[in-house]
Design a protein around this ligand. Structure first.
Ligand code: A3P
Length: 289
């Protein structure tokens, strides 16, 4: 089976379709009332999109389920012909727009920084992120084959995956919140207490929904509910893009699955390397809850 390849921008690996469209992406014009959901891949993007969407629609499930979630919130760096690119999609969308990106902060189109748009960044601990990314790459035909778990483990630590090193991504965005309006969330906190985190998103969006609606949003955005929803679980995406017979898009949705993948030796190697790469940052993660 023919798989997509990766290209490079400023030392960061990205899908070649993105690299080929880089000019258009960099020239993208953000608007002040945009809301940008930003993540390293596999950190809870889809979950956050659904939460934001439900809040925006005041908990109206019908309105949220009118169309497929990933088409409603264009990926600005998405570019796969013959579909319109993410930039083209975003340009024809009515405001206020909800956009998403996996770009590291240094590669974000500059107009976002020049605007007063709100940004929500969601971070997930590196070990679970690696495991989730590995399974995603096994089934996603728009990314290269991940190789064996052992090979993938090394590639992830070396940043040889699409969107570059996890370490620089989270640190870069953590720093960016000093210069821009960014709500920084953690996947582990969302799992621990979804209601509390959804409330943070609500406040950040300037909304004030009552308790009943909030509870409904908590229920509707649970892993189990979302997994069943064909507008979210990508069951409408052709096998030539995602082969979910290999691994489902909505896979496990838990904290700590890395323990089922990391050997004791790998864990030790990872921890030593992690310490070096994350030294000096105030950003910390929980690997279990
Ligand atoms: P796993 O592969 O560990 O199951 P993204 O949307 O950024 O691609 O992230 C995908 C990860 O988020 C997957 O992790 C997926 O199962 C998980 N996820 C999606 N919706 C979720 C939800 N409602 N609650 C918890 N985890 C969720």
């Amino acid at each position: 089976r023919k798989r997509a390849t990766l290209g490079e921008v400023e030392g960061i690996l990205l899908p070649s379709t993105t690299v080929n469209n880089w000019d258009q992406i960099q020239k993208f014009k953000a608007k002040d009332d945009d809301l940008l959901i930003c993540t390293y891949p596999k950190s809870g993007t889809t979950w956050t999109q659904e939460i934001v969407d439900m809040i925006e629609q005041n908990g109206d499930v019908e309105k949220c389920q009118r169309s497929v979630i990933h088409l409603r919130h264009p990926f600005i760096e998405w570019s796969l012909l013959p579909q319109p690119s993410g930039v083209d999609q975003a340009n024809t969308m009515p405001s206020p727009r909800i956009l998403k990106t996996h770009l590291p902060s240094q590669l974000l189109p500059p107009s976002f920084w020049e605007s007063t748009c709100k940004i929500i960044y969601v971070a997930r601990n590196a070990k679970d992120c690696m495991v989730s990314y590995y399974h995603f790459q096994r089934m996603s035909q728009t990314l290269p084959e991940p190789g064996t778990w052992e090979e993938y483990f090394e590639n992830f630590m070396n940043g040889k995956v699409s969107c570059g090193p996890w370490y620089d991504h989270v640190k870069g965005w953590w720093k960016a919140k000093d210069k821009h309006q960014i709500l920084f969330l953690f996947y582990e906190d969302m799992k621990e207490n979804p209601k509390r985190e959804i409330q943070k998103v609500m406040k950040f969006m300037g909304k004030n929904l009552d308790e009943m609606i909030l509870d409904k949003i908590v229920q509707e955005t649970s892993f189990e509910k979302m997994k069943e929803n064909p507008m979210i679980n990508r069951s409408t995406v052709p096998k030539t893009i995602m082969d979910q017979s290999i691994s489902p898009f909505m896979r496990k949705g838990i904290v700590g699955d890395w323990k089922n993948h990391f050997t004791v030796a790998q864990n030790e190697k990872f921890n030593n390397d992690y310490k070096k790469k994350m030294e000096g940052t105030s950003l910390t993660f929980r690997m279990e809850i």
